[in-house]
Design a binder for this molecule. Sequence first.
Ligand SMILES: Cc1cc2nc3c(=O)[nH]c(=O)nc-3n(C[C@H](O)[C@H](O)[C@H](O)COP(=O)(O)O)c2cc1C
Length: 344
Amino acid sequence: MDKPDTFNQHRYADLTIGDVHVTNGVLLAPMEDVTDLPFRVICKRMGADIVYTEFISSDGLIRDARRSIEKLRLSDEEHPVSIQIFGGEIDVMKEAAAVAEASGPDFIDINCGCWVRNVVARNAGAALLKDPPLMASMTKAIVDTVKLPVTVKTRLGWDSSAIVIEDVAARLEQAGAAAITVHCRTRDMGHSGDADWSWIPKIKKAVNIPVILNGDVASAHDVLRAFKESGCDAVMIGRAAVGNPFIFREAKHMLAYGVEAPEPTFEEKIRTCLEHLRLQLSQKQERRAVLEFRKFYAGYLRGLYCASAVKQDVQQYESFAQVEDRLEAYIEFLHSYQLQDDVA
Ligand SMILES: Cc1cc2nc3c(=O)[nH]c(=O)nc-3n(C[C@H](O)[C@H](O)[C@H](O)COP(=O)(O)O)c2cc1C
């Protein structure tokens, strides 16, 4: 349904999950050690419609493990937000879902797609793709336990000889899932090979609940193409947002107007990087915040003039003051370079 609304903006899809209503939805994927509160807030400020916590262990939640409980913390600014949980035992997952619900997310997401060995070994994540009836029973048990909507994020199947997603989607709908997100790869692919979006229209035919496309969406152009080619109800972005939250603004602009948004300036990139790091500091002890932030520099500084020396420096620092001084000096340097460039 590609039609302009009253403001002459295009509407590709409307997504409803419980009380959450989103048009042309562009969602931040759950990512372990990445989608913590500060990063979710930054992505929300840049236009992400819905954000997800990283997956949280159901065992950790019911044992009151500090690291798991810490991951439940949400801020008012980030709604709508979903808490994602994982586990292999239905009773534990039910209890964990109730704990997660008490933290006030907008809905609960069940991870049925994680491919890593220690998760699969616990019959959790993508292991559930080997047993669609169990995945559906787990979903129903959680739907019956919590008041909030429950969604599921999964993959196409265990491997290319066992693509079960259409059957899985129908079972999940029957079990009461409010939406399903599909990372368009099989478990054995991990993150390699290409995501196959051609499954999305087939899944859409199998169910009436919203279907969210995920996998290899790396630019605003990809987001537009995903809506147009697949007829999905929303698009979820993971890796391409790391150190590049601007992708949400760019995608929303592209969807609404059909043209590229102006690129962020170097100053906006670096100042957003600092703002993101300041948010980390408000949540964590300084050294930990600065060390954990290292994964974001490459994204924020990508493509900037002489960035590699700056990246090398900031990767070594352990205090915020060092990072701030280096990045402020870098902004000044880039301004002066730009001036010389203008004169030349
Ligand atoms: C570092 C990293 C951590 C991830 N952690 C999770 C997770 O906690 N829960 C989950 O459902 N998927 C997780 N994923 C998978 C992503 O949500 C997403 O499905 C996958 O990266 C494909 O989307 P993309 O091509 O946009 O990155 C993770 C991926 C990465 C790269």
